[in-house]
Design a protein around this ligand. Structure first.
Ligand SMILES: [Cu+2]
Length: 203
């Protein structure tokens, strides 16, 4: 019985390896990603590489500037934005503000960024190429993705609700490559919220 068991195990292992070429590749690339803020440091304000700024805002002008980096670190196999994934953490933006996004992909794996409804981001395998708000996406988010390129876009959310800043590359968002975008009425300022700061920001 023993040799049979061994060969079955080997076959199973081999099958698994060939079937997972892509994710192994993704993982390898994620592991090869530079330290936080590394290759994408040019999208961050000068001097802020060690303590990166993910949000700047002008309350009088009602403008928020978001700096969002795909594969910021190794978490969630690199499928993270600014080190956050699975909708745990993200941005809160007051209704009607202008949102300016600077996006950079810090890995060789294609990633993109688009705004969709939170429940869609969580479930849908292919998010399509139409963002929820006009203009709220990198170019062709579900086909090209972007690799080592800085993309800028802006939009004005005109509806309150729970949205996601999600990676449009097929399967990524459902696998956690998304952070939240909450559009709120009566909010005085925009916020970048990490999971452990949730309570602090809730006011
Ligand atoms: Cu992605």
């Amino acid at each position: 019985m023993k040799p049979l068991l061994i060969s079955t195990f080997v076959l199973a292992t081999l099958g698994q390896m060939s079937g997972q070429d892509q994710s192994a590749e993704a993982q390898k690339s994620a592991e090869a990603a530079p330290a936080a803020g590394g290759r994408c440091c040019t999208v961050l304000p000068i001097g802020e590489i060690k303590n990166p700024v993910f949000l700047k805002q002008d309350i009088d002008k009602k403008e928020a500037e978001l700096f969002i980096i795909a594969t910021f670190d190794k978490s969630n196999y690199g499928m993270n934005f600014n080190g956050l994934s699975k909708g745990e953490g993200g941005y809160e933006i007051p209704l009607g503000w202008k949102v300016k996004v600077t996006f950079c992909n810090n890995s060789d794996v294609p990633h993109s960024l688009m705004v969709v409804e939170a429940d869609v981001a969580e479930r849908k395998i292919n998010l399509g190429d139409e963002p929820y708000f006009d203009g709220a996406t990198t170019p062709k988010p579900n086909t090209i993705g972007t690799t080592n390129k800085i993309e800028k876009f802006e939009f004005i959310p005109d509806e309150v609700g729970d949205f996601s800043l999600a990676c449009g590359f097929p399967t990524h968002s459902a696998n956690g490559h998304r952070i939240f975008l909450k559009i709120k009425e009566g909010l005085k300022a925009a916020a970048f919220v990490k999971p452990d700061e949730k309570k602090e920001e809730a006011n």
